[in-house]
Design a protein around this ligand. Sequence first.
Ligand SMILES: *[C@@H]1O[C@H](CO)[C@@H](O)[C@H](O)[C@H]1NC(C)=O
Ligand SMILES: *[C@@H]1O[C@H](CO)[C@@H](O)[C@H](O)[C@H]1NC(C)=O
Ligand SMILES: *[C@@H]1O[C@H](CO)[C@@H](O)[C@H](O)[C@H]1NC(C)=O
Ligand SMILES: *[C@@H]1O[C@H](CO)[C@@H](O)[C@H](O)[C@H]1NC(C)=O
Length: 443
Amino acid sequence: MKLTSAVIIASFCLVASAVPAPRGRPARGRTPPPPPNKGSAAATKANNAVLGAAFFMTNEASGNFVMASTIGSDGQLTTVRAVATGGKGQHANSTGPDGLFSQGCVKVGGNNLFAVNPGSNTLSMFAITPNDPANIKLVGKPVSTSGEFPVSVAVNSAGTMVCALNGGKKNGVACFKPSANGLTAIPNTVRNLGITQTTPATGPAGSASHVLFSADGKQLIASVKGAPPAAGFLAVWAVEANGSLSQTFQAVTPPAGGALPFGMAVIDGATNALLVTDPGVGFDVMDLSKLTAATGNASTTGITSLAASNDILSSPSSAVKVDGEDAVCWAAFSKKTGTFFLTDIGTSLVTEVAVDTNTLAATIVGQHALTPGSATLDDAVATINGNDFLYVLAANLTSVDVMSLQGKGQATSIQSANFAAAAKQLRVTLNPNNVQGMTVFVS
Ligand SMILES: *[C@@H]1O[C@H](CO)[C@@H](O)[C@H](O)[C@H]1NC(C)=O
Ligand SMILES: *[C@@H]1O[C@H](CO)[C@@H](O)[C@H](O)[C@H]1NC(C)=O
Ligand SMILES: *[C@@H]1O[C@H](CO)[C@@H](O)[C@H](O)[C@H]1NC(C)=O
Ligand SMILES: *[C@@H]1O[C@H](CO)[C@@H](O)[C@H](O)[C@H]1NC(C)=O
């Protein structure tokens, strides 16, 4: 039966196994994987108030859906909804999970959720009702991203500017102002990345990865993986006072040893520095504090100002090896633990990293094992009742793994919520090769 309704409003208990958190877990070393999902116990508890929601998307060519799941007071996922974006998904020119080669295809900003539609070259906006956060409502119509194969979206901290990253043949960024009526294009924000690509994108080498704002909101940064021998780079545009972007971007290459900039996370407390995952080595710490404005000349050809980047990237920057890594690609930060959680699609290990905000020296705190072969992709952290929880999309299982982050080095698995049964009940296709993204809302 073909699904025609725009929004599926049936809400129900998500069948999931609740894994008790082990006590006294040592701060270092790998935690054992959670027991297999038994598909029996319903996670919903009568006294488990809804305090947030977690979102990912189906990225199906027949119609893209946001899977929205409520978060209870214990951090666990409880009920789930599927909401049409009004656009289509598309898989990159590759096989297997991570069909967008990206981080951040869905993103919460303020009381809104944004989702890219790679197969229709559009961006969708939803309104979130804080006391019923999984019940998202499409606002206006999806808008054109002025490019092809959008893979990532960023929102500034003020919630006034939303930018999509196009990763296809016509690649670059485009920004919008959100309002109660939907998204309106901001003048002078359609900017080229200038990489040689196809629609859908070919990769993962040489593909666009992720877009985000600097901590002060004055720069828009897009990451691009290298295609050896060509180096990957970060494209940094200045955000002008009137909301327009600088005509050109400054290209910044990774420090020696780095090659494939993928997911990015702002290093909280540093002047202007990023932790950038790099499946070629592990991750890069990139200090952008000397980059005061985007004055590069890389407007059309992409990486023309690389010569300058060695001066720009000051000495604390480093490429850090994660031993045994396969492809460390996604990053999320927990304020409570003060550490970053990096996921690896190949090993299903979550690598926890601490970065000194003054020296930018990075330390690997430990690794936490999720289910082997589950193809762990995007992750996000939510603070619920003063406790931090990590949500990891385990694409191959169409599951979301939930970890409790009681303190630095103390991540423990508390739930593996399998969405397959819910999707079947909601008549939404969930393909392990297509599902992507992870973002959270806290009520
Ligand atoms: C995928 O890549 C192959 C090899 O480069 C190419 O022949 C093919 O046309 C591409 N397909 C699409 C849909 O871009
Ligand atoms: C915004 O400011 C920039 C830089 O000052 C200027 O070049 C541009 O024309 C302005 N754009 C608009 C739409 O006002
Ligand atoms: C752009 O950058 C290249 C490489 O650094 C340099 O040779 C060239 O002169 C620059 N062009 C302009 C117009 O600044
Ligand atoms: C995902 O599952 C498929 C089928 O079981 C398997 O071949 C593949 O290796 C898995 N992918 C990852 C990244 O674990």
